[in-house]
Design a protein around this ligand. Sequence first.
Ligand code: NAD
Ligand code: DAO
Ligand code: ZN
Ligand code: ZN
Length: 369
Amino acid sequence: METRAAVAFEAGKPLQIETVTLDGPREGEVLVEIKATGICHTDEFTRSGDDPEGIFPAILGHEGAGVVVDVGPGVTSLKKGDHVIPLYTPECRECEYCLNPKTNLCQKIRTTQGAGLMPDGTSRFSINGEKIFHYMGCSTFANHTVMPEIALAKVREDAPFDKICYIGCGVTTGVGAVVNTAKVEPGSNVVVFGLGGIGLNVIQGARMVGADMIVGVDLNPARKEIAEKFGMTHFVNPKEVEGDLVPYLVDLTKGGADYSFECIGNTTTMRQALECAHKGWGESIIIGVAGAGQEISTRPFQLVTGRSWRGTAFGGARGRSDVPKIVDWYMDGKIDIDSLITHTMPLDDINKGFDLMHAGESIRSVVVY
Ligand code: NAD
Ligand code: DAO
Ligand code: ZN
Ligand code: ZN
C-alpha cells in the first residue's frame, strides 16, 4: 500500500512529507493506522545527527496510538479494529529478560530494531524501490506502519488517540520511573531535576503515590506554574540559589531526598541529583539520556554512605502489561495528560513541532493524522 510519512533523509535536515510504499505484515506482524503521534526529544536527538546510532533515510517517531488494520500469519493477540500503542520496548514474555522480574528490557528483537529493520532483517518502507529504515521499531511519523505483535499494547477503545499517544513514551517514562523503578512510598521526599515532558510526569507520579515534599529544579522559571499544577510543592531555580545547589537541597529536604530523578540528560545535574539524596538510603534515578561519550562521576564515598545510583528506560514498564493500566489511570482522572499537550498539528506541519521544542515553547506537540 501507499501511505504518507515524514521522512528523515539526512541528519540535520527538516523532515520531508512523502508518499511511501509500505509492504504488508509478515509472520508475527501487524499493520497499524497511526492516528496520532507525539514528537519527543529522542526523535530530535536522532533527526539532528547527535545520535551516533542514527540511521538514514528513516521514518522517525515512537510515541503513537492507532488502530489495527491487518494482521500477518501467526498473530494471535490482536485483530483488525483493536486500538493499540506502539512499544519501542517490546514485551515478548518469553526471552531471558522478560522472564526476569528485575528488568523490562525485552531483548527478543533488539538487534534488528537497533538496525532499523523488522525482526526478519528487512524493511517494510520504501520510496521508488529505495529502502527507508524503521525507527525504534515504531516509525509513528507515518500514517501507517508495520509493527511486531510483541511491540503493541492493546488499549481500551474509548481513550482518545491524540492524548494517549503520549503514553507511548513520556507519560510512561516519568510515571513509571516513580511507580516501577523507584517504587516511591507515601510520605517520601522527592527531588526532580528538569520539569519538561518527562519531569512533569515524574512529578504527577510522585503525587499519585502520595509523596510528601516534591521539589522541582529547573532553570526555566516558566515551568514553576505548570509543575505546581502537577503536584510540585517547592520550586528551585539553580540560578537563584546562593552557593552550592546540593547543600541547599539537602537543607530544604531536611537531610536529603528519599528519591531524586534526573530528567535532563546533563551529567552535572546527574551528580547533583545523586549527592542531594539522603545519606543512608537515598536513591537517585537517571532518566535523562546524556550525549554520546559523556561520563558521570562522584566521590565513591557518596555510595559507601548509603546512596544508590540507578537508571530506568521506559519507566521500567513492561509495555503490553503496564501501558493499558496507564491508559486506565488517565481515563479515571488519576493522571493528567491534556494539560501537557500544548500544541497539535497536521503531519504537513511536523517541522513546526520541532521548532516549538527548540524554542522551549511546548511541553508536547502532537501530530494528528
Ligand atoms: P525537556 O527539554 O522537555 O525538559 C528538560 C527540562 O530541563 C527543561 O525544562 C529545561 O529548562 C530543564 N533544564 C535544562 N538544563 C537544566 C539545568 N542545567 N538545570 C536545571 N534544569 C535544566 O526534555 P524531556 O522531554 O523532559 O526529556 C528529558 C530527558 O529524558 C532527555 O534527555 C530525554 O532524552 C530523556 N528520555 C529518557 C527516556 C528513558 O526511557 N530513560 C525516555 C524519554 C526521554
Ligand atoms: O535493550 O539495550 C536495550 C535498549 C533499550 C532501549 C531503551 C531506550 C530508553 C531511552 C531512550 C529514550 C527513549 C525515548
Ligand atoms: Zn522478551
Ligand atoms: Zn520518547
